[in-house]
Every structure is written in structure tokens, then in C-alpha cells.
Design a protein around this ligand. Structure first.
Ligand code: C2E
Ligand code: CA
Ligand code: CA
Ligand code: CA
Length: 273
């Protein structure tokens, strides 16, 4: 028995340290990535369904790893959150996307809104509003062309502080949307209290195999409009989905049917000069 325990213990011990080593390696690599400029932003266009114009771009983070190639955010953002590195990465994303958006405007393209995903830690930091203000001042981007995306759970926690942050962001003139809407637990009452400008319907509701999804999408669109919010559907992959959304009076769409996320130089074909 003693022998067995010892073996188990050793096994357990070594698997913990393996795991730990892997995390440590990744953490070191993430730091290096930030320093050596291995992060990139790709932008996915968003189209207004009434005018047919491109009105926005969602900035999506990519890690261009020297050996492994592109690594998707789903693989490294959770660790970046855990280690706190997300703060620096997030600052970079915010700065870079504002700078790029201003650059396009300076090149004479019709202005579009750039939307930036915020992680929970970023959104809950005390200095967020000041940071956003500084970045807008530094890059010269007009606040009306910046949208911050938060999730339902980020908005619904710690009511007073969050409500205050949202009001201050809106006072700055920045837009705020709720990402992956419908996957969390926000109530109509909360939504009506929060100064949110747009809801982003989660792509899971576009799956036509579940018949109730159509009803859900319609009611989210209806609710957004009755709360004076815009509504966008993401993950649109087919013409059928697009037609349904247009008929249901959804304001905007985003998805592979229009374009996948692209590096900045490839986007100008979507812009009007
Ligand atoms: P998200 O914010 O919900 O972003 C949408 C995801 O859906 C993106 O994945 C996008 O590439 C993908 N997508 C777009 N159109 C379609 C479509 O038609 N069909 C399908 N199946 N997928 C589509 P991506 O780029 O891998 O990002 C994954 C998640 O990582 C994002 O989900 C977001 O939560 C997070 N993320 C990305 N960039 C950042 C960032 O800069 N900061 C933070 N905190 N999170 C980020
Ligand atoms: Ca998003
Ligand atoms: Ca989303
Ligand atoms: Ca998501």
C-alpha cells in the first residue's frame, strides 16, 4: 500500500509540474510576444442591412507565433486573464485599433466604428475610463468611432460600479455593446437601466436546426428596438440567414458570409472613399 501511494503521489506530482511548466512556458512566450510585436489585429466588417454599407469593424486578436503560426485568442486569452497579462495585451489592442481606425480616416475613407473586445479584468479596472480617454486623445480618434464590447456577465456583476463605468464611457461618447447576447442571464430590467447602445446576437441562435431559434432572434431584435438599442447578428454564414435577418428588421450583420476577419491592408476594398 505504501508503495502504491508513493507511486500515485509521484505520478500526480509530476503531472502537476508538467502542467505548471507548460503554463510557465506559455506565460513567458506571451510576454515575449508582446515585447516582440507578435500580436496582430484582424478586422471583421459589419454591414448595415438597410443601407448595405460597411459601418463597423470588429478587432479580433491574433498571435502570430514564430514557429506555430497563427494562434487563436481562445487558446491564449484565458491564460492571459489568469496571469494578468491581459491588461497589457488589452491596452495594446485598444491603442492599436484606435490608431488604425484613425489612419483609415486620415486616408480619406468614410468613417467606420471599430469595436474592441474587453475582458472582464480590463472592464473592471478602476482606471479604464481614464485609459480610454488617454488613448482617444493620443490617437486622435473621435470617440463616436469606438465601441467597446462587454459580455452579459461582465455587465451584470457589481451593479453600482459597472453602471457608473458605463455612464462615464457614454459621457465620453464611446459606444458600448453586449457581446454574445442571449447566452447569459441579463434581464429586461437591467438592460433598460444600462446605457448600452447595441446588442450582438450570439451566433448559436442562427443555427436553423433548432426551430425555436428564429423566435428567439426575433424577440431579441424586438427587445433591442423597444429599448432604443441597435442590434447586430454575428456568425452569419448563409444567404438564408441573411434574408431571415433582413425580414426580421435586424440592423446589422457580421459573419463569414460577408467576410472573415482580415488584416488591415486587406480591408480597404470594403470602404467607400
Ligand atoms: P467573439 O467576440 O464572440 O468573436 C467572434 C468570433 O467568431 C471570432 O472568433 C470570429 O472569427 C468568429 N466568427 C466570425 N464570423 C463567423 C462565422 O460566420 N461563423 C463562425 N463559426 N465564426 C465566426 P475569434 O477571432 O477566434 O475570437 C474568439 C473570441 O476571442 C472572441 O469571441 C472574443 O471573445 C475573444 N477575443 C478576440 N479578440 C479579443 C481581444 O482583443 N480581447 C479580448 N479580451 N478577447 C478577444
Ligand atoms: Ca466580440
Ligand atoms: Ca460574440
Ligand atoms: Ca464569444
Amino acid at each position: 500500500i505504501k508503495e502504491k501511494h508513493r507511486n500515485n503521489y509521484n505520478l500526480f506530482d509530476s503531472s502537476i509540474s508538467e502542467n505548471f511548466k507548460m503554463r510557465l512556458t506559455m506565460e513567458t512566450e506571451l510576454r515575449k510576444a508582446l515585447k516582440q510585436g507578435q500580436f496582430e489585429l484582424h478586422y471583421q466588417p459589419q454591414k448595415n442591412l438597410n443601407t448595405g454599407k460597411i459601418v463597423g469593424l470588429e478587432a479580433l486578436l491574433r498571435w502570430n507565433h514564430p514557429e506555430k503560426g497563427y494562434i487563436s485568442p481562445g487558446e491564449f486569452i484565458p491564460l492571459a486573464e489568469k496571469t494578468g497579462l491581459i491588461m497589457e495585451i488589452g491596452d495594446w489592442v485598444l491603442y492599436e485599433s484606435c490608431k488604425q481606425n484613425k489612419r483609415w480616416q486620415d486616408q480619406g475613407y468614410e468613417p467606420v466604428i471599430v469595436s474592441v473586445n474587453l475582458s472582464a479584468k480590463q472592464f473592471h479596472q478602476r482606471s479604464l475610463v481614464q485609459k480610454v480617454k488617454d488613448i482617444l486623445a493620443d490617437t486622435g480618434l473621435d470617440p463616436q468611432y469606438l465601441e467597446l464590447e462587454i459580455t452579459e456577465s461582465m455587465a451584470m456583476a457589481h451593479e453600482d460600479f459597472i453602471l457608473n463605468t458605463l455612464h462615464e464611457l457614454r459621457k465620453l461618447g464611446v459606444l458600448v455593446s453586449i457581446d454574445d447576447f442571449g447566452t447569459g442571464y441579463s434581464s429586461f430590467k437591467y438592460l433598460s437601466l444600462f446605457p448600452i447602445t447595441k446588442l450582438k446576437i450570439d451566433k448559436m441562435f442562427l443555427n436553423d436546426e433548432q426551430r425555436e431559434n428564429k423566435a428567439i432572434v426575433k424577440s431579441i431584435i424586438h427587445m433591442s428596438h423597444s429599448l432604443n438599442m441597435k442590434v447586430i447578428a454575428e456568425g452569419v454564414e448563409t444567404l438564408e440567414q441573411l434574408t431571415f435577418l433582413s425580414k426580421a428588421r435586424c440592423d446589422e450583420m457580421q459573419g463569414f458570409y460577408l467576410s472573415k476577419p482580415l488584416p488591415a491592408p486587406q480591408l480597404t476594398k470594403f470602404f467607400v472613399e
